[in-house]
Design a protein around this ligand. Structure first.
Ligand SMILES: Cc1cc2nc3c(=O)[nH]c(=O)nc-3n(C[C@H](O)[C@H](O)[C@H](O)COP(=O)(O)OP(=O)(O)OC[C@H]3O[C@@H](n4cnc5c(N)ncnc54)[C@H](O)[C@@H]3O)c2cc1C
Length: 395
């Protein structure tokens, strides 16, 4: 006989696990999470995990501000550890976009972010190893930083399990079942589970579930790559997190002696997530070194200590799709993470759980994230971007 649940979540990354935790907290009944591998087996486990509120639009900023509240109060709101280190964030933007920077920081402050604009000299005081000759102003978020994406997912999952959620690991969802315009359950490699509500949070693998349902959201799996460099002898230990819109990179410290860097040019289409390479090539290491040295000249004397590639899912406008899908009653999704949806996973899970248990998302208005924006001819474009409208990891 088929197992019966109230809600099935497909995918145990940060977003699926957050959704499961919040569903349990809101009393959604029997919740089952189906995961083809292990916890954080997708983009989440490979994430740079920057936790910041600097976005160039209000809806994502709102998700980030609400999520930051979780990272900053993790023990109280979730329990366990998320490894959050609020060491600050500096955002570098081309000088010709100064008015955009000012507009964005003003918007961020309005929705609750602790954000401000500082001078290049102030930035230099925060990290004396910086090159700031190419900027006239820098955005600073003292309470931003980075977290441990695996620990975050484990903590969500542990808290969900403690509230009765069942996680079926090494179990693949092979098909979402529907009938009469309604979701009826999920077929998995370990049998069928019946449920009136299904949440697809399957990262780069989502198309294999959407296509048989006749749903085409224009999603494309892409690989994002990172390289790790040991700090040079004379690098200042005053290391923050950075988004560099001039060199199109992001960076953060690892183990208080290395810099992890990702370059926008390292993002490329990788159609088969099942067989995507997990390491980077020599060319990419050189690109990262060049860009790292451009912002931190002292790092020209640093040694490579590692690298990896992770696979994420781009939406057509590089913004996530978080929706109750109109095609089948009971079908919800968090998809098209577009390389930026770890930091927002607490709020995304909370909003989806509110939608399922209370009829609508209450914490943040998810209308801008609707799946139908493409069919409506209204793909998302930020008014105050910094020159690359559809950037991913360094946006
Ligand atoms: C190198 C890199 C750096 C990044 N840096 C940042 C950053 O600094 N800040 C930030 O906010 N974001 C960052 N991101 C993006 C962020 O990691 C992702 O947006 C986020 O982790 C997506 O989480 P998710 O739960 O939606 O998807 P995933 O983590 O991809 O989880 C999807 C899960 O679903 C499972 N699954 C898929 N198909 C099935 C199926 N059919 N049945 C069962 N299970 C299935 C997968 O195994 C996987 O575990 C980065 C990503 C990468 C790769």
């Amino acid at each position: 006989m088929a197992e019966i649940a109230d809600v099935i979540v497909i995918g145990a990354g940060a977003n699926g696990s957050s959704t499961a935790f919040h569903l349990a907290q809101m009393g959604a009944g029997k919740v089952v999470v189906v995961e083809r591998g292990h916890l954080a087996a997708g983009a989440t486990g490979k994430s740079g995990a920057l936790v910041r509120m600097h976005y160039t639009n209000e809806p994502e900023t709102r998700l980030a501000v609400e999520s930051h509240r979780y990272f900053a109060n993790w023990g109280e709101l979730v329990g366990g550890e998320c490894g959050f280190r609020p060491i600050g964030l500096l955002t570098f933007t081309p000088p010709e976009y100064r008015d955009h920077l000012e507009a964005n920081v003003a918007m961020q402050r309005e929705v609750g972010a602790d954000a401000r604009i500082i001078s290049p000299d102030d930035a230099l005081a925060l990290d004396p190893s910086l090159y700031v000759g190419d900027v006239t102003a820098v955005a600073y978020e003292p309470r931003a930083g980075y977290a441990d994406p695996n620990a975050t997912t484990y903590a969500f999952a542990r808290a969900a399990m403690d509230r009765g959620v069942e996680f079926k690991l090494d179990t693949r969802a092979t098909r979402v079942l529907t009938g009469g315009g309604q979701v009826t359950g999920v077929e998995t490699t370990a049998g069928t589970i019946q449920a009136p509500v299904v949440v697809i949070a399957a990262g780069a693998w989502a198309n294999e579930l959407f296509v048989p349902l006749g749903i085409d959201l224009g999603l494309v799996p892409v690989a994002a790559r990172v390289t790790l460099f040991r700090w040079a002898f004379d690098r200042s230990p005053k290391h923050l997190t950075y988004i560099d819109q001039i060199n199109n990179t992001w960076a953060r410290p690892v183990d208080d002696n290395c810099t992890l860097i990702g370059a926008e040019s390292g993002v490329r289409v990788s159609p088969d997530p099942e067989h995507a390479p997990e390491a980077v090539d020599e060319n990419y290491i050189q690109v990262c070194r060049e860009k790292l040295v451009a912002r931190f000249p002292v790092m020209r004397h640093s040694t490579v200590r590692g690298n990896w590639a992770g696979i994420l899912m781009m939406s057509p406008d590089a913004r996530p799709i978080i929706d109750k899908l109109p095609q089948h009653e009971g079908l919800y999704c968090m998809t098209g993470d577009s390389g930026t949806s770890f930091k927002t996973s607490p709020a995304i899970g909370k909003c989806l759980a509110e939608w399922i248990t209370e009829g609508r998302p209450k914490t943040v208005d998810l209308t801008p994230f609707r799946s139908t924006r493409f069919a409506e001819g209204k793909p998302w474009e930020d008014e105050y971007n910094y020159g690359i409208a559809r950037a991913t990891i360094s946006r």
